[in-house]
Design a protein around this ligand. Sequence first.
Ligand code: SAM
Length: 636
Amino acid sequence: MAKKKRSVKAKIRKVDGNSLNPQKELAEFLKSQFPQVFADGKIDGDKLKKALGEELDTNNERYGLTWAGKNECFRHIQETTTATLKIPDLKSQNSENIFIEGDNLEVLKVLQKNYYGKIKMIYIDPPYNTGNDSFIYPDKFKEEKEDYEQRAGIKDAEGLLTKDGFWRKNSKDSGYFHSNWLSMMYPRLFLAKNLLKENGLIFVSIDDNEIHNLRMIMNEIFGEHNFIEQIIWKNKYGAGAKTKGFISIHEYILCYSKQPIDNLDSPLGESEIKKHNKKDSKFPIRGGYRTQPLETKSLGDRANLIYPIMYQGEEIWPDKQWVWSKERMEQAIKNDEVEIIKYKGKWSVRSKQYLKDENGVMRRGKPLSIFNGPYTQEATMDMRALFKEDVFPFSKPKDLLKQILSYRIDNKDDKDELVLDFFAGSCPLAQAVMELNAEDRSKKKFICVQLAEPCEEESEAYKAGFKTIAEIGKERIRRAAKKIKEEAKGKLNFDDGKLDLGFKVFRLEQSNFKQWRENIKEPGEFKKNLLEMVDNVAKGAKPEDMLFEIILKNSRFDLNVKIEKKNFDAIDYYNLADGIEIICLADKITKKLVEKIIQLKPEKFTCLDVAFKDNDQLKTNTALQMEAEKIEFKVI
Ligand SMILES: C[S@@+](CC[C@H](N)C(=O)[O-])C[C@H]1O[C@@H](n2cnc3c(N)ncnc32)[C@H](O)[C@@H]1O
C-alpha cells in the first residue's frame, strides 16, 4: 500500500514539473502521433487534415521543395550590390591567387561580371546546420543601411563583423531551422553557378543534417540532368562517441556540373599503379603493364567476335566470344599488346594495359563514388604542421581537396584553371592548389572567400592572436607557402616565376562612387556619408580602390589583369593589359593627356567626371575625338 502511494506521488510531481505549457505538450503529442504533419518544427494544417482523412483540393499539387522565404531568395539574387573590392596595397601584390574577406553573397555578386563562366571548379564546405551553426541571416531587406556594413562583413568599430544582428545561431527550435539554412544557401549557389565554366564542376561538402535539402536545391539550380555524384566520404576510422543509432563515419560531397559533361577521370591511385607490375620491351616508355581478359560472356551475341586465333600451331576458340574483332586482335598480337599463355592446359588470351601511353603519358582511371579517407584526423595533422595551437579544429584534409582538384573533365588538361572556395575557413583549398602546382608544375589559381568572422574569445585561435577566421585563413596560406618552399629547396627552381606561392588580399567595401551607392534607400548614417562625398567620389577614396572598382564594373578584365601605372603631363593613369584599356583617376585632365591617350589607341578609356569639372568643352571634344578613333569613352 505504502509503495503504491509513493508511486502516485512521484507521478504527480512529474506532471507538475512538465505541464506548464499545455500547447507545447499538445504539439509534442501530435508530433509523436503524426510526425508527417510537421515541417521545420511547425504544424502544417493541410497535412493534418489529410492525416485525419479530410478531402483536400489537390489541383495545385506539384513536385518540388519549398520553404518559408524561398521567394525572397530571388529578390536577394536580383538586388544589385552596393559593395566593391578594395586592395590594401597594389604594389606588393603581384600574385594571381586571391583571398577576399567579406560576406560571400556580396562577393559573388561583385564577381558576377568579370568572372562569369571562368571558374573550372568550385569547392565549398558551408555550415552543415547542426543546430549550433551561426550564419548570416538572409531576412534583412528592410535593414537600416548603417547595418549594411555589418551584413556585408565590412566592419564594426574595430573593423570586425559583430555577431549581433545578422550573424546569429540557427537553433533547431527557431521554427525556421531548415528554411533559414535554405534561404542562406540558395542565392549563393545560384550566383556561384554563373561563375562556372560550361564544363565546370561544383563540389559541396555536407552531412545528414541537410543532404536531402541540398540535393533538392542543387537539382533545381543546376538541373537534375547535371547531377554527377553524391560521394560518400568515409571521414573517420570508426568507433568514437556512443550514439543512439549508428556511429556515423561518413559525410557527403555532392557534385554537379554546369552543363552535361562527357567524361570525368582521375589519376590512378597507388594500389592501381602497383597492379601494373609486369614488364616487356616497351617498359622504358610505357612502364609496367597488367592484363585484362579478351574473352567475354557479358556482351550480346555478335558473330564477328567469334573466330579462332592461330597460336603456336593451335587454334584458340573463345568459350563464347572475344571482346575485339578479328582485325583488331591480329593487329594487337602483331604489336605485342596481347599476352597468350597456357594455364592448367587451357589457353588464356589477355590484353596488356600499360601504365603509360605511347608518348609516356600516365593512364588515368575513373573516380569512385566512395572515398575511403583521407580522415579528419589528417586535417588536424595538416594544421599542426603549420600552427602550434589548434587554431581551426574543423578543417578539411588538404588531400581531400587535392583528390578533387586532380580530376579531369572531358579529357582536357586545363593546367591553369581557376578554382574557388567561398566558405574558405582555414583555406585548405589554397594549400592544395599550391602543393599540386609544386608537384606537377601546373598553374592552378585560387580564389578563397572568407568572412571576417570573429574567433570566440575562449578559443585557442583567439589566444594565439587571431581575431578572425579570415586571419587564420591568410596565415595558413602564408605558412603553407613557406613550407612548400622549404621542402622543395634544391629540387625546384622558384626563381623562374612559374610557381605562384603568393596571394593578393581584397576586402569587401562600400562603393567609392555615389551613383553605385544610391540604391541604398534607407536614411541613417550611411546616407549622411553620401552627402559628404566630393562630387560623386567617396571622401578619401584611394586611386587603387577606385581602380579595382572600375575594373569590376566597367572592364572586360578580371582582378589579375596586368596593371601599369604611367604618368604624362604630370597626371597618373593606368594601363590595363598593356594598354588595351586605360583608366585615369585624376581629378583634372588636360588636353595634352587626352591627345596622348588617343595616340595610344586603347579599346576603352575611363576617367572621372569630376576631371572635367571646369571644362565642359574639353569633355565634349574628348568624346568626339575618341568616337572618331573608335575608342570607347566612359566617365564615372
Ligand atoms: C565549415 S567552415 C569551412 C571550413 C573549411 N573548409 C576548412 O577546411 O577550413 C565554413 C566557413 O564559412 C564561413 N562563412 C560562413 N558564412 C559565410 C559568409 N556568409 N561569407 C563568407 N564566409 C562565411 C565561416 O566563417 C566558416 O569559416
